[in-house]
Ligand binder design. Structure first.
Ligand code: ATP
Length: 360
């Protein structure tokens, strides 16, 4: 029996609702498979915890997390805590502390889901986001606060090591997909140092991947291409900030923010990787029981794939697609199903097709 230790950090807003749903389907899947099981430990780190204790992650918290096989994360962000405090207090210390430099965000229109875009059913992308440096390196400062001469700086940091490893990761991923096509996205017309270096290193790395087709776009131009010619894109590699923005657009174009998954990978596996839905806390629907759990289910499938449970991951995605095709949709997709309805439908499907190819 293969056993995986999962650290669950549901955190804020709809995070606890979707993580509970995600764990329910993974438990159901494990029971059907019979070959693996998960041992989950819940961590209460959240904005409420911060307001009570003065910190998100307690002393020694990251050392405890290190012992897990994967981290299953909900969402962080609260109306009582400034966003930059919550983000830098919880999610970024884990992603950066565990060198999860490859953030992988697939976007696809699932069966039964309608894209807001004409021709949107052609969307089948993976956005690879640099996740350890760039615009989110934390480099900057404030001086002369409150005075007319106040100054704030925010300096993006790009290193050769950081840029080369994300390009290699993106090429390796593109190589495994049928289209074998990678689009480089930067802003190297206006930003002539770090961005130009990105472009140069991309083409150096490209020489090792002659089988992968490449092209490039400026970040502003790629937004129009995503909307007007979605089929011409396959894998996109971009910086921390650019890819953050593009992946929200991609999730919305594929039907809802409630669908898009994310993997924050430490590809060398020196540290656990972290898996989370793209969406945030979504206060407007928190506690109403109508959060779409599909993003979290897809995220769970990515986690299982990372753990080596490929057959289980495929089985889970087949179940999710059967349920979206059957129009068991939450209100964000135009339906009236609850989180619990969608979760039950997926679990029922998994149980009904109990026997599936076990892992070899
Ligand atoms: P953040 O600033 O952390 O990205 P946010 O709360 O500002 O978070 P999101 O949570 O990402 O923004 O989502 C914006 C809106 O999209 C939400 O207010 C909600 O209406 C909708 N939404 C997001 N996720 C879901 C979901 N899983 N199910 C249904 N609707 C969702």
């Amino acid at each position: 029996m293969r056993v995986y230790k999962i650290a669950a950090i549901p955190a804020d807003g709809i995070g606890p609702e979707v993580i509970a749903a995600g764990l329910e389907v993974v438990e159901t899947l494990a029971a059907c498979d019979g070959g693996f099981r998960i041992e989950t430990e819940h961590f209460p780190w959240s904005s409420a915890y911060y307001l009570e204790h003065g910190h998100y992650i307690p002393e020694g918290g990251l050392d405890r997390l290190k012992t897990f096989d994967a981290i299953f994360f909900g969402a962080v962000g609260s109306q009582q805590v400034p966003d930059h405090v919550s983000l830098w207090g919880l999610r970024l210390p884990i992603a950066q502390g565990f060198d999860q430099y490859a953030n992988v965000r697939p976007a696809r229109v699932l069966p039964g889901v309608k894209s807001p875009l004409i021709g949107g059913e052609g969307i089948d992308w993976v956005i690879v986001r640099e996740n350890s440096e760039g615009e989110y390196a934390g480099n900057g400062g404030r001086a002369h606060r409150g005075l007319p001469i106040e100054v704030g700086t925010e300096t993006a940091v790009f290193t050769r090591v950081g840029v080369e490893r994300i390009h290699r990761f993106a090429f390796d991923l593109a190589r495994k997909r049928p289209a074998k096509h990678l689009t480089l996205v930067t802003k190297s017309n206006a930003q002539r140092f770090g961005m130009v270096m990105w472009d140069e290193i991309f083409y150096e790395v490209a020489a090792d991947y002659p089988d992968v087709k490449t092209d490039r776009e400026l970040v502003d131009a790629v937004t129009t291409r995503m909307v007007l010619k979605p089929r011409t894109l396959d894998v996109i590699v971009a910086t921390n900030l650019h890819a953050d923005i593009l992946s929200d657009l991609a999730a919305a174009l594929s039907g809802s923010l409630g669908i898009g998954p994310t993997a924050n990978l430490n590809p060398e596996r020196q540290f656990p990787s972290m898996f989370e839905p793209i969406h945030g806390s979504a206060f407007d629907i928190t506690g109403k029981g109508i959060a779409n759990p599909v993003a979290t289910f897809w995220t769970a499938a990515m986690m299982l794939e990372h753990l080596g449970e490929d057959a289980a991951a495929k089985h889970l995605m087949a179940a999710v697609e059967a349920v979206t095709a059957a129009k068991v949709h939450t209100p964000d997709l135009g339906g009236n199903a609850t989180t619990a309805d969608v979760t039950k439908a997926v679990c029922d499907y998994l149980r009904a097709r109990k026997a599936f190819e076990p892992r070899v």
